[in-house]
Write a protein that binds this ligand. Structure first.
Ligand code: DC
Length: 235
């Protein structure tokens, strides 16, 4: 592979984007960027400083004080805010909701967009997010929109949360949170969750992880072979 290229995997929460994107990046031996983690890190810091993620004025005052750094340790992404690594604290439901809330503001989106573009200009990445194919990298070589029904996504998220947390989790609550985030992420004015015109739509509702990955790899191979120099013949 001799050219920097980008693979955008967009879609709603819980569609399996991050697992697929990580595996794909690994197989292609390129980098993986979880863009949701950047919004989560900023949201985590806002919560910590008691800044209301819905309050534009408060968020506007807060953001110049935020230094967001993305590092890769053995290709594993770590996110730091003001030199403190927050990677291990950003996966709670509270941060999920705050990330969706804070990501509505254009000032936040522009702040993160700059970091995403800078990284993607230097090295080949698989990026997962909501607006990678539409706004961040409209010229990405491959664009996939990965989705699944809200019930299936809630079931997957519920299983993950059950494994991760000692607290009682309720499926109905997980589904309600997913529906709330879907609505907010896809109806916001700036860069909503949306399939780019030239993205391939993939519904993973009735596919296993292995089947989804196989379909994604097929799409990637076809697209990259068209972009000469992006793909080795034996992959
Ligand atoms: O993918 P995730 O669940 O970690 O993302 C958390 C929130 O961040 C999501 O609800 C909306 C926001 N987000 C975004 O607006 N744009 C992205 N590219 C990635 C995430």
């Amino acid at each position: 592979m001799n050219k920097v290229f980008s693979i955008a995997i967009d879609g709603p929460s819980g569609a399996g984007k991050s697992t697929i994107a990580k595996k794909l990046a690994n197989e292609l031996d390129i980098m993986y960027l979880d863009t949701g983690a950047l919004f989560r890190a900023v949201a985590y810091q806002a919560l910590k400083l008691k800044v209301d993620p819905n309050d534009l004025e408060a968020v506007t005052e807060f953001i110049p004080e935020v230094e967001l750094e993305i590092n890769f340790v053995n290709k594993e992404q770590r996110v730091s805010i003001n030199e403190k690594d927050v990677t291990d604290f950003i996966r709670t439901e509270e941060v999920s909701i705050a990330a969706s809330d804070i990501s509505v503001h254009p000032i936040i989106r522009n702040f993160i967009l700059e970091k995403e573009r800078e990284l993607a200009s230097k090295e080949s990445f698989v990026l997962d997010g909501r607006d990678i194919g539409t706004v961040v990298l409209p010229k990405a070589e491959v664009k996939i929109f990965l989705s699944a029904s809200p019930e299936i996504r809630a079931k997957r998220r519920y299983k993950d949360l059950e494994k991760q947390s000692d607290d009682e989790v309720e499926y109905q609550q997980v589904l309600a949170d997913i529906l709330k985030r879907d609505k907010q992420d896809s109806s916001r004015k700036t860069a909503p969750t949306k399939k780019a015109k030239d993205a391939v739509f993939l519904d993973s509702s009735n596919l296993t992880l292995a089947e989804t990955l196989a379909q994604v790899k097929k799409i990637v191979k076809e697209k990259l072979l068209k972009n000469q120099g992006c793909y080795e013949n034996d992959k």
